[in-house]
Design a protein around this ligand. Structure first.
Ligand code: ADP
Ligand code: MG
Length: 234
């Protein structure tokens, strides 16, 4: 069953239209990537799903229309969000940042902390550290962890590799794949880092200036030399 169906979505910042009729759907258990250059509309798309931007069009979560719902209702409804640049509380500990995410899922705290610590063991060791003093990679782990503390059915991840060294990106990729394989969590990733997205996702949507230019299974896109050259640098 499709867990998320977006149909003909338009997004607006005041008078400016930033998404021009985007459609996309995610089956349960899939990892789907949205790639595109800076300003293409990736964050706007995720913010739109999260009820943070004014939109027109349809967004359905497990068949239910969710446009117009408040962000808190969407978190409660099963959407976890790790936004661009993490947005952590810098002078709070790793543990307290994680617990902020647990607000709507209090009964799952122990289970979710265990999941997050198994995925990112360094966070178990550094639980008392203020996130301001962490590395970029560890902050990204806290951000993903905080989103997981909401017990999501669908995880939205915005540019988890931004500013990170390639080796750290590999670690993040492995954690997301493990999470998907072991828990079946559905993941939508926005990325400028094409190779990172292609490594994880089974399906890719290429966003260009607020519209989907190309989409399809990664294998198929890779096999088309024109597309591969235009979008994937190979
Ligand atoms: N808060 C905002 N106010 C006005 N315009 C915005 C805002 N956020 C993004 N935009 C515009 O929307 C377009 C898409 O931006 P964004 O979704 O951030 O792209 P991406 O995440 O792919 O880099 C850009 O033209 C950007 O300038
Ligand atoms: Mg962005």
């Amino acid at each position: 069953m499709a867990i998320l169906e977006i149909e003909n979505l338009y997004a607006y910042y005041g008078m400016a239209e930033s998404l021009h009729g985007v459609s996309l759907s995610l089956e349960e258990g899939q990892i789907v990537g949205v790639i595109g250059p800076n300003g293409a509309g990736k964050s706007t798309l995720l913010d739109s799903i999260m009820g943070l931007v004014k939109t027109k069009g349809s967004i359905r979560l497990a068949g239910r229309e969710i446009t117009g719902l408040q962000p808190a209702e969407l978190v409660h409804g099963g959407i976890g969000y790790a936004p661009e640049r993490a947005h952590l509380f810098p002078y709070m500990s790793v543990r307290d940042n994680l617990l902020v995410g647990a607000y709507t899922a209090r009964n799952d705290i122990e289970k979710n902390l265990e999941l997050v610590h198994n995925l990112f063991p360094v966070l178990r060791e550094r639980w008392a550290q203020e996130t301001a003093t962490q590395s970029g990679g560890e902050r990204q782990m806290v951000s993903l962890g905080r989103a997981l503390m909401t017990s999501p059915k669908l995880l939205l991840v915005d540019e988890p590799t931004i500013g990170l060294a390639p080796k750290i990106c590999v670690g993040i990729a492995e954690a997301l794949v493990k999470l998907n394989r072991e828990t079946g969590l559905t993941i939508l990733i926005a990325e400028q880092n094409v190779s990172f997205a292609m490594q994880l996702a089974s399906h890719i949507h290429v966003l260009e200036s607020g519209s989907v230019a190309v989409d399809g299974p990664v294998d198929k896109l890779r096999a088309d030399p024109e597309l591969a050259k235009a979008y994937f640098g190979t």
